[in-house]
Ligand binder design. Structure first.
Ligand code: ZN
Length: 277
């Protein structure tokens, strides 16, 4: 028999549209209707998951919370980054309301200001960069671009954390050898190549052969000259700059200052979901 209690469970409290509309859907994982994604508030279990340091570190906490609060998204890790960012803001609003306290430092007088920002101004203003229009010619080949997925971004962050830790460990050694640094450099370069490849959709040779195989793309990125690769990095950078996250205008609380400055929120789980009393 069906549990008679089910109709008393939490229900979606809002619905959002995914900024990308699923147009780069890499693995056919987007819901049929990307304009109506129901969002439920977090459960007590979700909050506990978010407070587990290990889960936070590998990005799994966010995925577990997405699965719990956004049931129409079967594979949240395969969403492109900007869609996952918007989901995160939506879950925050659905769980704690649209006001969020932030602490900023005034750039004019260094006063520490506690302010409350309205997350609705963020959620309505996600802008998807024009990946389809972007192109770079690298060593005669045409590079086309795509947004990276949540899982790919998460891997980049984990790698960065791992290398910083390894570097710290090496620097603590009594007698670090050049080999120690060499192996670290090799790992960093390989991670960098993967990270750059995350934004490459395809590479077409001058005679029209299109390559979409990720391993081949990573190999290409590893083997072209630094100057050529910089062309890719420049396009990626300008695309990422287009991923508009609105800044909040914060008025300084210092009576003698009262100047306004801009503050941006970061999608960092560890502080994004801290509920202040
Ligand atoms: Zn000030």
């Amino acid at each position: 028999m069906t549990n008679p209690l089910t109709k008393y469970y939490r229900k979606p409290v809002m619905s959002i549209a995914l900024p990308s509309s699923g147009r780069w859907d890499p693995n056919g994982v987007y819901p049929a209707d990307t304009n109506d994604v129901p969002i439920m508030p977090m459960t007590a279990m979700d909050e506990i998951v978010l407070k587990t340091p290990d889960a936070l570190l590998n990005g799994k906490a966010t995925l577990d919370v997405f699965k719990s609060c956004c049931p129409s998204i079967a594979e949240p890790g395969e969403l492109i980054g900007i869609d996952a960012d918007k989901l995160l803001v939506a879950v925050r609003i659905a769980s704690y309301g649209h006001n969020m306290d932030i602490t900023t430092q005034c750039p004019h007088c260094n006063e520490i200001n506690e302010s409350t920002v309205d997350l609705r101004t963020v959620i309505d203003n996600f802008v998807v960069p024009s990946y389809d229009a972007a192109e770079a010619i690298v060593s005669g080949c045409t590079v086309k671009f795509r947004p990276s997925t949540y899982n790919e971004n998460s891997e980049v962050q984990q790698n960065r954390f791992y290398y910083e830790k390894t570097l710290q460990q090496i620097s603590k050694l009594d007698d670090p050898t050049p080999e120690h640094y060499d192996s670290l450099t090799k790992m960093i370069n390989s991670a960098l190549a993967r990270s750059i490849s995350n934004n490459i959709k395809s590479i077409t040779t001058p005679n029209g052969e299109e390559v979409t195989n990720r391993d081949f793309i990573i190999e290409f990125v590893t083997n072209v000259s630094k100057d050529e690769l910089e062309k890719v990095a420049n396009v990626t950078k300008s695309l990422q700059d287009q991923a508009f996250v609105p800044a909040f205008l914060i008025e300084c609380q210092n009576e003698k200052c009262r100047k306004e400055s801009k503050a941006k929120i970061t999608f960092d789980l560890s502080n994004f979901f801290v509920k202040r009393s």
